[in-house]
Design a binder for this molecule. Sequence first.
Ligand code: NAD
Length: 368
Amino acid sequence: MKTYKIALLDGDGIGPELMVEAVKVMKLVAERNNVNFELTHTPFGASAWFSHGVSFPDQTKAVCDAADAILKGPIGLSHEESKKIPVDQQPERGALLPLRRRYNTYANFRPVYLPKGLAHFSPLKAEVIGEGIDIMMIRELVGGLYFGKKETGINAQGKRYVAEVLEYDEDQIRAILKVAFETAQKRKKVLHNIHKSNVLKSSVLWNEIVEEEKKNYPDVKVEHILVDAAATYLCLKPTMFDVMVMENMFGDILSDQGGGILGSLGLMPSACIGPDKAYYEPSHGSAPDIAGKNIANPYSMIGSVAMMLEFSFGMVAESRNLWQAMQSVFAKGYSTPDLSKPGAGVKMISTSEFGDLVVSELKAMPKV
Ligand code: NAD
């Protein structure tokens, strides 16, 4: 029997609740596919800072180093609570960015998917959603402003100042573009290149590399679009997009907008892929406003498991089954509270009920 070691980083806020549902599903997947998932929970984020005095403890690094894949819950605290942690140990700076840097997880896949039948979850009109939204956002994850040099101090005029550098080299840009072109080749062969070359020099270089790389993918049509215009079109005409590629900060912001057009960030899983290691996480944060209430939507976490099955373990058919199981729960009229208001025709379910229903749906499917 094949064994896969999976590091489980429960995280903060709703993270542990979502992880419980992911584990339920993984246990069933293991059973159905005759594989062994060796699951190791390990501290990460704000909770790790409070328990271990550091947000990314050495023991967690060791578990992740030894793992075949990492499944991570969201991390972070509310704005007020964050102040209890020194700035450099706050979860993003102290844990998340170091995790991405450690494994060079440069390619972040963020699917924005809503079939026509679930258009009622979206704040957009049914005619805008048409036959459904199906976008793969590809975000560069280890470069740009988030990873550039940072400096704070007092300037010559005695004023506090800050400087942060947006830095990319051509190899970093080429690497993520290759991933995007290859993904477009497997889909509709259209790639929307998101940039801001009218203002940012980084986008000028980015676009130069796009022009060079596109010669290697003659079957892919490239459409250039400014990031601000892309934000508008995501609301007005989301069906014009199939694969979108963008630098780190643009991707952070546009992918949250992606969650918005679907109806909730709870519908946003992701895969973060590096040359030797990948980790999987919901795109959203720790949602302190709803933590501990058993009302968070675990689709984002279970979807991240589906992406892990496909990308890390090559279990493509079972991954498809898992997506299908989640869609079937919604198609039967169930909804988590983030997606619908209570009312006629809505069968409102909790975090754990969603997990249980996904398990029932998957159990009912033929094994692969
Ligand atoms: P958030 O993404 O946590 O929440 C934004 C809104 O979406 C909230 O109303 C929340 O209730 C809702 N939401 C998010 N996920 C949901 C789910 N699965 N089901 C139902 N509703 C859901 O953003 P925020 O409140 O700005 O940030 C909270 C913390 O998360 C901050 O500390 C932030 O730094 C951190 N954060 C972490 C990550 C990460 O771990 N990768 C990403 C983004 C933000």
